[in-house]
Design a protein around this ligand. Structure first.
Ligand SMILES: Nc1ncnc2c1ncn2[C@@H]1O[C@H](COP(=O)(O)OP(=O)(O)OP(=O)(O)O)[C@@H](O)[C@H]1O
Ligand SMILES: O=C(O)c1ccc[n+]([C@@H]2O[C@H](COP(=O)([O-])O)[C@@H](O)[C@H]2O)c1
Length: 211
């Protein structure tokens, strides 16, 4: 049965999940998404626009505005922007992944994140359960490549890291498995955009990023 608003996926497909506040979405997100599709051999990527990041203190703009903005920014036939977590009522990534695996039997999920998130991954709720459930693909981010590689999660799961040449098989690996993709890096961040004042809660500003 297909629940309202849940994207379609069939058993055997490899679906990358990029969770984020997307407050607002920017070209850096687009860049890592396209890179992830190629480098990690994904069939699809779903953006999970989260109701709120459990580790962030500032409240994001309303989710409907962030989804609208994300859909305007990310237009690619293999990418779907979703508000799945709001629909499932999950707040923590471990819960979200467990619910998706239950709902989409046979679909191979890969969790995606920028290198900044790997540095604090060991602070996420049930982060080892995430590692046990799905392969993880990490994308380089300015300033975070070294700290990510030295992070607690990277050290604990040192043996489970794929060499870059094998990263295209990530979705077919049994968890735990992870890969780090080095790629030309984008300096963009939502924080920087919010600081320009071009994105305020409730206001959608549709300008090409980088202006
Ligand atoms: N420029 C970038 N390079 C690599 N990864 C990125 C980049 N921007 C965002 N990401 C990754 O995309 C995911 C969602 O990011 P998020 O929505 O938090 O955007 P952000 O720019 O990091 O926001 P903020 O500045 O508010 O922390 C995270 O895993 C983050 O690491
Ligand atoms: O589950 C957790 O404990 C947890 C802690 C911090 C961040 N996350 C998730 O990480 C993703 C990136 O968050 P953000 O706000 O940095 O874009 C998003 O999907 C969050 O829900 C998850």
């Amino acid at each position: 049965m297909q629940r309202d608003g849940m994207p379609y996926a069939r058993a055997g497909q490899v679906v990358g999940l990029l969770g984020g506040s997307f407050d607002p979405a920017h070209a850096g997100h687009v860049h890592i998404t396209k890179a992830a599709l190629v480098r990690f051999g994904l069939d699809r990527v779903w953006w999970l626009v989260s109701p709120a990041n459990p580790l962030k203190t500032h409240g994001p703009a309303p989710i409907s505005d962030r989804v609208t903005r994300a859909r305007a920014v990310m237009q690619h036939p293999s990418v779907t922007v979703t508000d799945i977590e709001a629909r499932l009522g999950t707040h923590y990534t471990a819960q979200t992944i467990a619910a998706l695996q239950e709902y989409y039997q046979g679909v191979r999920f890969v969790w995606l994140m920028g290198a900044d998130n790997l540095t604090q991954f060991h602070r996420w709720q049930d982060w080892r359960e995430i590692m046990a459930r799905v392969p993880v693909g990490v994308l380089a981010r300015p300033g975070d490549r070294i700290s990510a590689r030295m992070s607690r999660a990277a050290r604990i799961y040192r043996e489970e890291r794929l060499i870059e040449r094998a990263a295209g098989l990530l979705g077919y690996m049994d968890a735990p498995a992870w890969a780090f993709a080095n790629l030309p890096m984008s300096q963009l961040s939502s924080t920087a955009i919010r600081e320009t004042g071009k994105w305020t809660s409730g206001a959608v500003v549709d300008r090409p990023m980088g202006e």
